[in-house]
Design a protein around this ligand. Structure first.
Ligand code: G3H
Ligand code: 13P
Ligand code: NA
Ligand code: ZN
Length: 328
């Protein structure tokens, strides 16, 4: 059945676990994630980005969720808007049955330049008023995702792709976070501590210099009752990179966020962990392998089924690692 983000994360906080939030833009991802959740008895957050909504159409996404909820009535499902950029994008998500929206006001009105604090508070507060009136939860974001190694903002979303950012802009300030939550009333807060979207997060195994988990600890001390969200939290497993490259791909050497760092976050208030890249890598590894090893195949189901199986296995791994298994 459907559940709001607030209900789900309140349960996660009480019981000391986190829920992976998987990006979804097609049926295969949806079926794979739900199969994993059913196998281990985990609640689910499915999230659609602006790109996913353009790709799949809001009506398709809405009916897909209806179908998944109907197939698995015993699994709590939160349908979340990932990185909403305007009040209108949040309103239309609510109209399509989303039970949670993210208003990412961290990038300012044009979606690319660092927002001033007052803009972020004011747009996020408007979304909270609208969404709460409709019984829908809200995630806000304070701080800019990006690399502490290079000072560059997140490249994937075109966020701050050209200008170099300061250490301060790339790390959420704990005092400002406390003010932001009080002034906006958000149900969950995404924070910045050195992660970025996509496969290329770190050039080496991240330590405290490039992945500042101590910032999460400091925020959690100021905001012990606020559900924290980690974006850019794929682990980028080496075996998936190897399988893609073995079958004709070209993914450069890279590091993601180690599961044990996420587990440290979960001990410090992290309740929602955003994962997109790892399922993309899993699907691509399976599809490449099938197409190369069976070059005479041309039935899409023949490569999409292995893709679903590998996405299911990656999803199970997250549910197990984050303590989500058995909580449905
Ligand atoms: O926020 C980033 C997610 O990975 C979604 O990516 O905008 O390509 O759908 P996307
Ligand atoms: P990854 O690119 O690390 O999977 O992060 C996804 C994300 O944060 C979506 O909002
Ligand atoms: Na989100
Ligand atoms: Zn994100």
């Amino acid at each position: 059945s459907r559940i709001t983000l607030r209900q789900l994360l309140d349960h996660a906080a009480t019981n000391g676990y986190a829920v992976p939030a998987f990006n979804m833009s097609n049926m295969e991802q949806g079926l794979a994630i739900m199969a994993a959740a059913d196998k281990v008895g985990a609640p689910v957050i499915l999230q659609a980005s602006r790109g996913a909504r353009v790709y799949a159409n809001d009506t398709v996404l809405a009916k897909l969720i209806d179908a998944l909820v109907e197939i698995y009535p015993h699994i709590p499902v939160c349908m979340h808007l990932d990185h909403g950029s305007t009040l209108a994008s949040c309103v239309t998500a609510v109209q399509h049955g989303f039970t949670s929206v993210m208003m990412d006001g961290s990038l300012g009105a044009d979606g690319t330049t660092p927002a001033d604090y007052e803009y972020n508070v004011s747009i996020t507060r408007q979304v909270v008023q609208m969404a709460h009136a409709a019984g829908v939860s809200v995630e806000g974001e304070l701080g800019i995702l990006g690399s502490l190694e290079t000072g560059m903002g997140d490249q994937e979303d075109g966020h701050g792709a050209t200008e170099k950012l300061s250490h301060d802009q790339l790390l959420t300030d704990p005092d400002e976070a406390a003010r932001f939550v009080a002034e906006t009333g958000v149900d969950a807060l995404a924070v910045a501590m050195g992660t970025s979207h996509g496969a290329y997060k770190f050039t080496r195994k991240p330590d405290g210099e490039v992945l500042a988990m101590d910032v999460i600890e400091a925020i959690h001390k100021k905001l012990p009752d606020t559900h924290l969200v980690m974006h850019g939290s794929s682990s980028v497993p080496e075996f998936l990179r190897e399988q893609i490259n073995e079958f004709g791909g070209d993914i450069k050497p890279t590091w993601g966020v180690p599961l044990e760092e996420i587990q440290r976050g979960i001990r410090n208030g992290v309740r929602k962990v955003n994962i997109d890249t790892d399922l993309r890598l899993a699907a691509t590894a399976a599809i490449r392998k099938t197409l190369v090893t069976a070059p005479d195949e041309f039935d899409p189901r023949k490569y999409l089924k292995p893709a679903m199986d590998m996405m299911r296995d990656q999803s199970i791994l997250k549910f197990e690692a984050f303590g989500t298994s058995g909580q449905a």
